[in-house]
Design a protein around this ligand. Structure first.
Ligand code: S3P
Length: 440
């Protein structure tokens, strides 16, 4: 198919006022998957309606869960999911296509591991290039089988095993997808399954599982489940996605005169590393805690355009808490005084595209000096950056790259073209409308 090019023009006014963002993608996936695994009918609301979440819905439906979620006027999905509980998932009659969604594919592997079924798991061009051995390795230790064995990429066939062994796994990287896949498999193993991590990754699974009746315990860099347990239906109202909010917040920091509030977003410490980074850069930004959804903290984030931002260093133990925001933070860093360094960002190469290479390429188009050295990303800020006219950015069909480069056009002085801008449908389908709505 020919690439679609979208011209993004500068916003005519600063961003002002309060807004909300669509439901959190990570929590939406988990709400659907955990509800599909549970006994009974769960009630969900605020679920993100996006291509990635639709992949999770399709996959659990093919495995026998009954999903009855409808689009609400605010664009979210709400309704019920009836799970398979003790009966387990049914043998699907076709390959399970996870589309562009790494979370769907990796969590699915853990979810089906304890059941006597054989599933073929596949995805789109990007997903079939992403690493899967990190998930396959611990699941094989637990007793699941794969064909071909220990292969890195999809498509792959997984053969579940009802006698899974619990394990203690020292994860080689901080990855919530890896941690979750092992914990989901561990729910049906007899005994304690534990994942230790080199740095803390997002903890939505550990926080949500008790709401579905499972015993978990979690502390700094470690999480465990006690099996076997049958999950029980629950109720989840998904808070807004801080990773989507990050684009609006960074836009306000790059568009003079802006002042906005993003309401009702997840304020999980494992997700708002970008706020902490912006604070350290000197941004006028404030977080207001407003209670919890289940065990998930939520609230508002307020930000005002700040004339002088300073570069800073983001150490490797904090990278997981900003991992999805590094593209847009890199763009903010390009406008700041001094140098910004993100330490040990090799995982950026393993996302929907090679984001490390794409960031350096995109900033290069802007005339900003950015480079990689020993897996660290360096950006030399250029305050007063003027966008050259006639720029075209390739999103590499990666939603977060598409939105990052769109902000160059929206918040700058000249329009830009974005190749395959349409990939924003993966996490924030109304991204443009949302920004245009704030710039009235
Ligand atoms: C996610 C975990 C992160 C993140 C991804 C969503 C999740 O990936 O980048 O967008 O929902 O668990 P890793 O687990 O690979 O770090």
């Amino acid at each position: 198919m020919d690439a679609q090019v979208m011209r993004i023009k500068p916003l005519l006014h600063p961003l002002k006022g309060a807004t909300t963002v669509p439901g959190d993608k990570s929590i939406s996936h988990r709400a659907i998957l955990l509800s599909a695994m549970a006994e009974g009918t769960s009630k969900l609301s605020g679920v993100l309606d996006s291509a990635d979440v639709r992949s999770s819905i399709d996959v659990v439906s093919a495995l026998g869960a009954k999903v009855d979620l409808k689009a609400e006027p605010d664009g979210s999905l709400a309704g019920t999911v009836t799970g398979w509980g003790d009966e387990g998932p049914k043998q699907p009659d076709a390959p399970l296509d996870c589309g562009n969604s790494g979370t769907t594919a990796r969590l699915l592997m853990g979810m089906v591991a304890p059941w006597p079924i054989r599933v073929e798991i596949t995805g789109d061009e990007s997903l079939t290039k992403r690493p899967m051995r990190r998930i396959i390795a611990p699941l094989m230790k637990m007793g699941a089988r794969f064909e071909p064995e220990a292969q890195e990429n999809l498509p792959i066939i997984e053969i579940g095993n009802p006698n899974l062994k619990p394990i203690v796994y020292d994860a080689p990287m901080a990855s919530a997808q890896l941690k979750t896949a092992v914990l989901l498999a561990g729910l049906r193993a007899h005994g304690e399954t534990r994942v230790n991590e080199p740095a803390p990754s997002r903890n939505h699974t550990e926080l949500m599982l008790p709401e579905y009746g499972a015993t978990t315990s979690a502390a700094y860099r470690t999480a465990m489940v006690e099996g076997p347990v049958t999950l029980k239906a629950s109720e989840v109202d998904v808070p807004g996605d801080p990773s989507s909010a990050a684009f609006l917040i960074c836009a306000a920091l790059m568009k003079a005169g802006s002042s906005i509030k993003v309401e009702n977003v997840s304020l999980s410490a494992s997700r708002i590393g970008f706020v902490r980074t912006l604070e350290r850069m000197g941004a006028d930004i404030e977080v207001y805690h407003k209670g919890q959804e289940g065990k998930e903290p939520k609230g508002d984030i307020e930000v005002t355009f700040t004339q002088k931002l300073m570069g800073c260093e983001i150490p490797k133990q904090h990278i997981a808490s900003v991992i999805d925001e590094i593209p847009v933070l890199s763009l903010v860093a390009a406008h700041a005084h001094g140098r910004t360094v993100f330490r040990q960002v090799n995982e950026l190469r393993k996302k929907e595209a090679d984001r490390l290479e794409a960031i350096i390429e995109g900033l290069g188009l802007l005339g900003v000096d950015a480079w990689e050295e020993n897996d660290d990303l360096y950006i030399e800020g250029q305050p007063g950056l003027v966008v050259p006219s006639g720029l075209t950015f390739d999103s590499y069909k990666d939603h977060r790259l598409a939105m990052t480069w769109a902000l160059v056009g929206l918040c700058g002085n000249a329009p830009v073209d974005i190749i395959d801008f349409d990939s924003v449908k993966v996490s924030f389908p109304k991204f443009l409308e949302s920004l245009e709505g704030l710039a009235q």
